[in-house]
Write a protein that binds this ligand. Structure first.
Ligand SMILES: [Zn+2]
Ligand SMILES: [Zn+2]
Length: 225
């Protein structure tokens, strides 16, 4: 394994370390859960399973690359440029990813956290990942914050570990919420991240439900299958 391959694993390793730390603190708090706490722990772990499954689907599903048939029925084919990297005719909304060295259909962005491009075929899993990760971070923060309220810091070492877990989950919650809000806004405008930054506004915009169906599949928008 060379240095570049190790570097690719760095974001994934950071995520695993954060989850392991937050889980250890959760086990420490709920070493003997009772009543409502059991329901809280079960719900939390169902959400965490949804995060892990969405992560797996996002990183292992190919984002979609153009086939010849994608441009045959494209009335704008004659106006499209040929990709200067892989020499294929680009269908509408297709972009070349330099990290993957491929043209990606309706490319959104290349995501180092899942080590994959986000495009037409895996955007739904990516959105589910951000959605469930946001909910999970809210639950983590609520649990640690309640623990601090019930047992105000006494100066013992364990309280500082819990305060750190609360701070970490609060930061994650804010960052993920902003990211979720940004992507919800993009879907509602039928826009990709690339199109947003290239200022291609309202190019493909339809009604709200059609926009969500186009990006997340018809119905079952938040089920990552
Ligand atoms: Zn290309
Ligand atoms: Zn890529």
């Amino acid at each position: 394994m060379n240095f570049n391959q190790l570097w690719v694993l760095a974001p994934f390793s950071i995520v695993i370390l954060i989850i392991v730390y937050l889980e250890i603190m959760l086990i420490y708090i709920f070493i003997n859960p009772e009543g409502k706490e059991i329901i809280q722990v079960v719900l939390h772990h169902l959400l965490l399973l949804a995060v892990i499954f969405s992560f797996y689907k996002t990183s292992t599903t190919k984002p979609g690359t153009p086939k010849q048939t994608d441009t045959e029925n494209d009335s704008l084919t004659n106006q499209r440029k040929t990709c200067k990297f892989c020499y294929n005719t680009k269908p509408i909304r297709c972009h070349h990813c330099r990290q993957c060295n491929k043209c990606i259909l309706r490319m959104d962005h290349h995501c180092p956290w899942v080590n994959n491009c986000i495009g037409q075929d895996n955007y739904k899993y990516f959105f589910c990942l951000v959605f469930y990760a946001t909910l999970t971070s809210v639950v983590y923060f609520t649990i640690y914050f309640n623990k601090i309220l019930k047992n105000p810091p006494t100066g013992s070492v364990d309280t500082y570990f819990i305060i750190f877990a609360a701070t970490l989950s609060f930061t994650l919650m804010i960052v993920l919420f902003l990211f979720l809000a940004f992507h919800t806004k993009l879907i509602s405008n039928n826009q990709t991240t690339l199109e947003y930054f290239e200022k291609q506004r309202e190019h493909y915009d339809k009604d709200l439900v059609s926009n969500f169906n186009e990006f997340l599949g018809p119905g079952c928008w938040l089920i990552p299958i």
